[in-house]
Design a protein around this ligand. Structure first.
Ligand SMILES: Cc1ncc(COP(=O)(O)O)c(C=O)c1O
Length: 478
């Protein structure tokens, strides 16, 4: 079936305060909920819908971008957009006095459906990605590929991109480095994987924050290294504890700008202690600066690398948060003593990947779109963060206590009622979400909370809907 542009469900009211793009967005969601639209139905083109509703095409494009961003529309290239609702996002009705609403089969995600991006931690706002600029830059590059680009082989990556990154890091993260120290990688995962091939870590001790990014822990295990969990307090990694547990560790992996996942920044004195230890122990420190760009009051914090007088810090950046994760593009800034070794290893392991995305990202940075995009996302995320936080506080205060660090793309909500985070997360994710349980990121049993992303919560209605479903999980399990 095709969603006809004359259907009454698509009625919009220009006299209302609600922006037109939000009305279009809401009409589509309501039509799916009511059954007027079904999984697989074709959506009218933006041109046709704009002309039918007599609104600007950009208005319809905004609404479609939000629906695409939430995975409610599925784009199939030239074939157009289709409704993607293998399960319906019917609201959970929680009425006064009904403490245990029964699970509603219509809500449950199918085993293979991708998780909704609402509340998924660590995803940039897919509805706000500048698709038009990106596709213009991509097609321009595709049309003009030179012989040099077609035969490109530098295993450290496309030099102009490395120069753009060096210029960007100097300005925004205080990192003073030269392009020859920068190695392009397949995101942070590829960066860590490459490093662990360059610096063989078998049986070596590695400090890891506890809790820490799940992937990093797995990568250390896979490299045959010995993971040393080091606790984190309100100032970040407790360096004295690391020294007590493994004074001769070969490597420490840290997230100083925004501890992953708890959210605090590593304090000044801890930064100094960490660098002093690394200098004396001749250990390497990986600074995973995965979302340091997103700070909502004051300027972004300077990076640890910018303070690194011993040249022991390996800075790792990624475009997964600033652009989009499927790009699989990240980079390392190597200390001088590691450059020659890594260059040699790069010949063998080819960490950087294909040239196409590197050309586009370079143009995106060099032509000023990157800094404009980050500025826009900072403002958008600050708004979405507040909407999400407030909605959770309004409905879930007896269960959750939200940590309020003013940075990053997610926050942690500690569970204060007697529920285990993984039980709540598993139940909630059966509705099609991808929330994370904090305890699964931790080596100790002291953490019980939910890691909640807010960047793909476009409005209060979406936040309310997801929050009601989360509340229903707590009530079902009481
Ligand atoms: C702590 C942390 N570091 C880095 C990344 C980025 O990883 P990648 O560049 O491999 O997508 C993520 C993504 O979620 C993350 O949570």
């Amino acid at each position: 079936m095709t969603a006809s542009t004359h259907d009454s469900w698509l009625h919009i009211d220009k006299s209302r305060d609600e922006p037109i793009h939000a009305q279009i967005y809401n009409r589509f969601k309501q039509a799916i909920e009511s059954g007027a639209l079904n999984h697989g139905d074709r959506v009218p083109s933006t041109r046709v819908l704009a002309s039918t509703l007599n609104v600007a095409r950009g208005t319809v494009e905004n609404a479609y971008a939000m629906l695409l961003g939430e995975g409610i529309f599925n784009a199939r290239g030239q074939a157009g957009c289709y409704i993607n609702a293998p399960y319906k996002q019917t609201a959970v009705l929680v009425t006064a006095g009904s403490r245990k609403p029964a699970a509603q089969p219509a809500l449950l995600a199918t085993a293979n459906s991708p998780p909704s991006h609402v509340f998924l931690p660590g995803s940039p706002a897919y509805d706000a990605f500048p698709r038009k600029i990106w596709s213009r830059l991509a097609s321009r590059r595709a049309r003009s590929l030179s012989a040099t680009e077609l035969s490109f082989r530098d295993p450290f990556g496309y030099l102009p991109l490395r120069q753009s990154i060096a210029a960007y890091l100097r300005l925004s993260r205080g990192v003073v480095c030269d392009a020859h120290q920068i190695c392009i990688t397949h995101g942070y995962q590829g960066a860590l994987d490459f490093l662990l091939k360059c610096l063989p870590m078998q049986h070596q001790e590695v400090w890891m924050e506890d809790p820490a990014y799940l992937f990093a822990a797995r990568a250390i295990d896979a490299a045959g290294a010995k993971r040393i969990p080091v606790p984190v307090d309100h100032e970040g990694l407790v360096i004295s504890e690391g020294i007590l547990r493994a004074p001769r560790a070969a490597l420490a992996i840290v997230t100083p700008s925004h501890q992953s996942p708890l959210g605090m920044a590593l304090s000044w004195s801890r930064r100094m202690q960490l660098l002093d230890w690394a200098g004396k122990a001749e250990a390497w420190v990986v600074e995973d600066d995965y979302d340091g760009e997103f700070r909502y009051s004051g300027y972004p914090l300077p990076s640890l690398k910018s303070l690194d007088q011993y040249d022991r810090v390996i800075y790792a950046g990624s475009f997964s948060k600033t652009l989009f994760p499927a790009l699989r593009l990240g980079y390392l800034v190597l200390p001088q003593p590691l450059v020659a070794l890594c260059q040699q290893k790069a010949q063998l392991f080819q960490p950087g990947g294909a040239i196409g995305p590197q050309l586009i990202v370079n143009d995106f940075m060099a032509e000023g779109y990157f800094s404009k995009h980050l500025k826009k996302m900072r403002a958008l995320y600050a708004e979405r963060r507040e909407i999400t936080r407030q909605t959770l506080v309004d409905h879930l205060a007896p269960h959750l206590e939200i940590n309020t660090h003013k940075n990053g793309m997610h926050f942690v909500a500690n569970i204060i009622s007697p529920h285990a985070d993984h039980v709540i997360a598993d139940q909630f994710n059966r509705y099609g979400y991808g929330i994370h349980a904090l305890s699964r990121w931790s080596a100790s049993s002291s953490h019980n909370g939910l890691i909640i992303g807010f960047t793909n919560v476009p409005n209060r209605a979406t936040a309310e809907h997801a929050t009601q479903q989360l509340l229903a999980c707590f009530q079902q399990l009481s």
